[in-house]
Design a protein around this ligand. Structure first.
Ligand code: NAD
Length: 487
């Protein structure tokens, strides 16, 4: 145990950066608190341009050897990282819960197993990644997936390790080296990942982790000329700054951003299912990019839907995310809580009515809220709240439902509840969204393309799409003749 190690729920976590296979401390730190009870978890190294430069240099130096490492060996190390995650699921789960306030039971059963799966999936995919050769007038075209170089990966706090490894795993599989910068509100599990990767035999410098405020360390990472890819998950305003910073070197970007996704409920839907889908949108205290926060319900069933929704949603248990019975935990930070309440109070002042909630509860908890009488062009309908706040609007025709669904600047996801297959096909075809779920929600397969349309993002990740992004594709055209060494 060093002065730079903190103990979180019995788990030792190093608070320093991980650069070139070594722990590196900054002179300055920032305070990391738990959203559960605002208790201080520790002081974390507060990175600057100096640590950013050191981490990129480490990633650049480690790149040639990692890029030249055989696919099978890269896949083996990724699988060993997955094993390491699986061995430490309990520790990762509790540390993540203490750090970001999301439910311990979800971390244990869903999120951390998915973290391991991220590594295993991309290890397996790497081994089957291929393009068929093809011919042009007798010449052979051979497409190869060349590693691109050092990547900067910047991630948010709402699902820290899951979202980080969704980028780290394909980047490493592709033969790239990585500088990961987790969010300052949830820095801890990225540090544990560095330990796990080192134990799994990942060579020094292939994965680097730098901590700090995006406003202080971000620009030095995203404007660095040695960085060949930037993958970012977070908010639209930050994405704009990153894109501007990356523009100087024309560094390719992948952006996974916010949403204001709709749930369309038609009168022909299984109403119990539709209500369940709607209540599910409070998961993770509403801090889910994909959440269908706009409930669009056919007018003829709106009253019955609202009654059943309120009945179910008021039964949700809000409280300590470590308790098995808790359904809704705290929001991440006092600033986030203030932001959420600001949206709600402005909506109420503009004439919205709260069917449920509409106020903060004790501590960092916000009452699950449902607002009606909201105008389509109002802030509460157009802007992402990122808290347990849903709006309900009605429609009278399929065309109106699709028009309302598409009428924001986002296009991340959409969910449709209907009992009519043909309607589902028509509506789905008309929706602008990276993912559409029909009579289900949050079913995710890592081989599917994932990303957002419009201001919800740029590019797609998942399966081959991830390798498209993290690799430089090269087409080699070889003539049939001209050899002098055949014999
Ligand atoms: P944010 O944009 O404030 O921060 C995200 C990350 O960017 C953090 O690590 C932060 O430190 C860093 N950052 C901030 N300024 C930076 C700069 N100038 N340069 C480089 N990095 C900088 O977002 P957040 O509040 O942490 O996350 C919530 C947002 O993320 C929501 O909009 C949500 O919808 C979105 N999100 C999207 C997805 C998706 O897959 N589409 C998934 C989860 C969250």
């Amino acid at each position: 145990m060093t002065a730079h190690t903190i103990t979180v729920a019995g788990v030792a976590v190093d608070t320093r950066h991980w650069i070139g296979g070594e722990r590196v401390a900054s002179t300055e730190t920032f305070t990391n608190a738990s959203p559960i009870d605002s208790s201080v978890l520790g002081e974390i190294s507060r990175g600057t341009a100096t640590e950013a430069a050191a981490a990129v240099a480490a990633a650049r130096d480690a790149f040639p050897a990692w890029a030249a490492t055989a696919r099978a060996e890269r896949a083996r190390i990724l699988s060993a990282i997955a094993d390491g995650v699986e061995k430490r699921i309990e520790e990762l789960a509790i540390v993540e819960t203490m750090d970001n306030g999301a439910l311990l039971r979800s971390h244990r059963r869903g999120v951390m197993p998915r973290v391991a799966h991220n590594f295993r999936f991309f290890a397996d995919w790497l081994l089957k990644l291929d393009h068929e050769d093809f011919e042009t007038r007798g010449h052979t075209n051979h497409v190869s997936w060349d590693p691109a170089g050092p990547c900067v990966l910047i991630t948010p706090w709402n699902a820290p390790l899951m979202l980080a490894t969704w980028k780290v795993a394909p980047a490493l599989a592709a033969g790239d080296t990585v500088v990961l910068k987790p969010a300052e509100w949830s820095p801890l599990t990225a540090s544990l990942l560095a330990d796990i990767a080192a134990e799994a035999g990942l060579p020094a410098g292939v994965l680097n982790v730098v901590q700090g405020y995006g406003s202080e360390i971000g620009d030095a990472l995203t404007s660095h000329p040695d960085v060949r890819r930037i993958s970012f998950t977070g908010s639209v305003p930050t994405a704009r700054r990153i894109a501007a910073s990356a523009a100087e070197n024309l560094t390719p970007l992948s952006l996974e951003l916010g949403g204001k996704s709709p749930l369309l409920v038609f009168a022909d839907a299984d109403l119990d299912l539709a209500v369940d889908l709607a209540v599910e949108q409070y998961d993770n205290a509403g801090q889910v990019c994909l959440a269908a926060t706009r409930l669009l319900v056919e007018e003829s069933i709106a009253e019955e839907f609202t009654r059943r929704f309120a009945e179910k949603a008021t039964a949700l248990v809000q409280g300590d995310p470590r308790d098995e019975t808790t359904d809704i935990g705290p929001n991440i930070h006092p600033r986030q809580l203030e932001k959420i309440d600001g949206f709600v109070q402005r909506a109420l002042a503009a004439g919205a009515r709260a069917i449920m909630g509409g106020h903060p509860n004790q501590g960092q908890y916000y009452a699950p809220t449902l607002l009606t009488y909201v105008a389509q062009d109002s802030e509460i309908v157009q802007e992402e709240v990122f808290g347990p706040v849903l709006t309900l609007q009605t429609f009278t025709s399929e065309e109106e439902a699709v028009r309302l669904a598409n009428d924001t600047r986002f296009g991340l996801a959409a969910t449709v509840a209907t009992g009519d297959r043909e309607r589902a096909e028509r509506v789905t075809a008309g929706l602008v969204a990276g993912t559409v779920w029909v009579n289900c929600f949050f079913v995710r397969d890592l081989q599917a393309p994932f990303g957002g349309s419009r201001q919800s993002g740029v590019g797609r990740e998942g399966g081959t799409w991830s390798f498209d992004f993290y690799c430089d594709l090269k087409n080699t055209v070889t003539a049939p003749n001209g050899w002098n060494n055949h014999g």
